[in-house]
Design a binder for this molecule. Structure first.
Ligand code: NA7
Length: 544
């Protein structure tokens, strides 16, 4: 019997599982594959009835990637890369869900996944050296290791407007969309919220709704997606370049195909700059955001130039200039919040069936049985869509009662903002590994997921090889990492703006103050910290 199998057997004798994974999205699925390779008995608990996480829950109309499809899928399985065809440069949600189900089929993942199983609590038992996980149905399961694969944008938040329960028609949050399609044809529809989800929803619903009223509190800077179908010959060509594509993702700052242009905004003439910005505006994907001049997100004057460029694009695309001005952000510069990518979004407001309401000037005061009231008017609707976002980054953690050593609650530990070691470990919480924890590199998320899963797997393999059963981050290592996290955020214009990226959510008590909520360094720097930690024999961890 191999050493790993021997350890697995020993652990299995004392706990229900070697490892429990919370969540069957992309990170949970990939982690399960790797745990099996380690010979571990693993169980995944998933609240939904299917795999896919983000791509299971977010089935709102128009939901799709903003990362190029072929840079987003799993990179670890050559046969899957050879077999799968993406049909669009930015695949729509149903295609991605199909893709993830194909992965689940191929690896027979569902036999180790318990669906409709929402984790309520996870408590570390120091004496037994295991985690006890309690589900909402009251059942309790133990495992030596606990791996959270609960997503960074997975805790949807509803507004707290009086009367919400009284609305008689259907009402949906974009992140909790029903499986059966919603027919908007001939309906009067309200969409509340104009973030990335709202923008994708609006441009789709505007096609069929009799009347669409958009309630916009803060406009966002949106830029064209330039999506297109991928014909079979082009997909065949893309397939030959996968090694190059994923290599490129490893080298860029946020794992996208795009990365900052190595010049500053004012290094070039106004003419050259304008030509460059025009080019970016006509190119696919996030280039205009993450492939722009390298000082765009740190230099106020530089940021003003790109902001004015995009503002003029909005003015040229929207006929009614009063509406255009309402759609142009005035309280933050381009790229300092997440840039929603759009397809004829601004042109929607030229349609007679679409109305924009400034809900900063005239806030929504009440949801009524037949619609809603603002401080200025009353509206009647058949359907209300809440595109009001998520309690991001640590929100999904706050919804589970995690307790570490001495019964300390993670929520209390994170009272003044989350801490971590490389986003994946938390001192005081032994054997808990967070795949998309706070302060992990995000960007093109599957690239980060694959890295983090492989890193956790490497740590588990190391522990197996050395007969170690407990791993915990050292507080001093956590402090050093958090210092780096804080340093990275210094000087970023995005830190001056309220958004989920700075930990602000107006609908969640206690989350009104900006904090360094995420890792803002580059992915290569992030990975070098993690690799270094492993290369030094995990000296920043106590391994017992
Ligand atoms: P976002 O980007 O957080 O957007 C939420 C939107 O909802 C935003 O426009 C908010 O306005 C608006 N909102 C939230 N609460 C209210 C209330 N109470 N009244 C009016 N308007 C409200 O969430 P998304 O789902 O679009 O995107 C999140 C990320 O998921 C996205 O970046 C992708 O990476 C995937 P506010 O700006 O707060 O004034």
């Amino acid at each position: 019997m191999s050493a790993s199998a021997a350890l697995a057997t020993k652990v299995a004798a004392t706990t229900d599982f070697d490892a429990i994974v919370i969540g069957a999205g992309m990170s949970g699925m990939y982690q399960l594959i790797r745990l099996r390779e380690l010979g571990m008995k693993a169980r995944v608990f998933e609240a939904g009835t299917g795999v896919g996480g983000t791509w299971y829950w977010n089935r709102y109309p128009g939901c799709r990637f903003d990362s190029e499809s072929y840079s987003y899928g799993f990179s670890f399985d050559q046969d899957l890369l050879a077999e799968w065809s993406w049909t669009e440069h930015f695949a729509p949600q149903p295609e991605t869900e199909r893709y993830l189900n194909r992965v689940a089929d191929k690896y027979d993942l569902r036999r180790d996944i318990q669906f409709s199983a929402r984790v309520k609590a996870a408590h570390w038992n120091d004496a037994a050296g295991h985690w006890a996980v309690t589900l909402e149905d009251g059942s309790r399961h133990t495992a030596r290791f606990l791996i959270t694969a609960i997503g960074a944008l997975s805790a949807p938040t509803m507004p707290t407007i009086p009367g919400m329960a009284s609305f008689k028609g259907p009402a949906f949050h974009t992140g909790l969309w029903p499986k059966q399609p919603v027919d908007f044809a001939g309906k009067r529809v309200a969409v509340i919220g104009t973030g990335a989800s709202g923008v994708q929803t609006i441009q789709e619903v505007a096609k069929t709704a009799a009347q669409l009223t958009v309630f916009q509190r803060t406009p966002n800077w949106c830029a064209p997606l330039h999506n297109a179908k991928i014909p079979a010959e082009e997909m065949a060509e893309i397939r030959t370049r996968y090694a190059e594509i994923f290599q490129r993702c490893q080298e860029t700052a946020s794992c996208f195909l795009h990365t900052a242009h190595p010049q500053n905004t004012f290094d070039v003439s106004a003419e050259e700059r304008n030509a460059f910005l025009e080019k970016l505006y006509t190119e696919r994907g996030f280039g205009i955001w993450v492939g722009n001049y390298q000082d765009m997100l740190t230099n106020r004057e530089a940021n003003a130039v790109i902001s004015e460029f995009v503002a003029n694009k909005i003015r040229s695309r929207v006929k009614d200039q009063k509406v255009a001005e309402l759609l142009i952000p005035k309280n933050h510069g381009f790229g300092t919040r997440r840039v929603p990518l759009e397809t004829k979004y601004y042109e929607c407001y030229n349609q007679p069936n679409v109305t924009l309401v400034d809900s900063k000037a005239t806030p929504i005061t009440e949801i009524t049985p037949t619609g809603l009231k603002t401080s200025a008017a009353e509206y009647e609707f058949d359907i209300i869509v809440y595109a009001t976002g998520f309690d991001a980054l640590r929100g999904a953690f706050d919804r589970i009662d995690f307790r570490g050593k001495d019964g300390v609650a993670l929520k209390d530990k994170w009272q003044n903002g989350a801490t971590s070691l490389v986003g994946m470990l938390q001192d005081g919480f032994p054997n808990m590994f967070m795949l998309l924890g706070p302060h992990t590199a995000l960007g093109n998320i599957p690239r980060s997921i694959e890295f983090n899963v492989d890193w956790v797997t490497g740590l588990l393999r190391h522990m197996q090889a050395h007969g170690q059963q407990v791993a915990e981050a050292k507080p001093e290592a956590t402090a050093k990492w958090m210092e780096h996290v804080m340093d990275c955020a210094a000087g970023l214009l995005s830190m001056e703006v309220d958004s989920w990226m700075t930990g602000v959510n107006s609908n969640v008590a206690g989350k009104q103050t900006r904090i360094v909520a995420r890792y803002t360094g580059t992915a290569p720097v992030y990975r070098s910290w993690c690799d270094e930690l492993a290369a030094q024999g995990y000296n920043d961890l106590v391994l017992a």
